[in-house]
Structures are given as structure tokens and as C-alpha cells.
Design a protein around this ligand. Structure first.
Ligand SMILES: [Zn+2]
Length: 68
């Protein structure tokens, strides 16, 4: 699908999704301000892609994955 940026929607800190593919519905928490949400809340596909860059790809089935 392309590349996006994982950043906290509250404080805009870059957030790592951790190793391996993740689903947009997986829980994620900001290490800076403790904002908790789902990966899709943290993901932005807007350009320009910033340092917390992730690859967004479609995987088999209706799900899609977010990976570093
Ligand atoms: Zn935050």
C-alpha cells in the first residue's frame, strides 16, 4: 500500500510498532505521554513520511499489516 508514519496522535512522538507484522486493530501505547489506542490511530499515510516510517502492506485476507 505504501509507507506511512507511526506517531502519537496526542503528542506527535514517533512510536515503534515493535518487531513483526502488526494489525491496525492491535493495541499500541505512546512511550512519551502514555496515550493508548490502536495502531490505526497512530498511523498516518500523509506525505512526507517522517522518521518513524513503516511499510503498510496488504496481507492475505481482509486484514492488512503494519511493519517496520
Ligand atoms: Zn504521546
Amino acid at each position: 500500500m505504501g509507507y506511512g508514519t507511526l506517531a502519537c496522535p496526542s503528542c506527535d512522538a514517533p512510536v515503534s510498532p515493535g518487531p513483526g507484522p502488526r494489525s491496525p486493530s492491535d493495541a499500541l501505547a505512546c512511550p512519551v505521554c502514555d496515550h493508548a489506542g490502536r495502531i490505526r490511530d497512530f498511523l498516518s499515510m500523509a506525505a512526507p513520511v517522517r522518521p518513524a516510517r513503516v511499510e503498510v502492506r496488504l496481507v492475505a485476507g481482509p486484514r492488512w499489516a503494519v511493519r517496520r
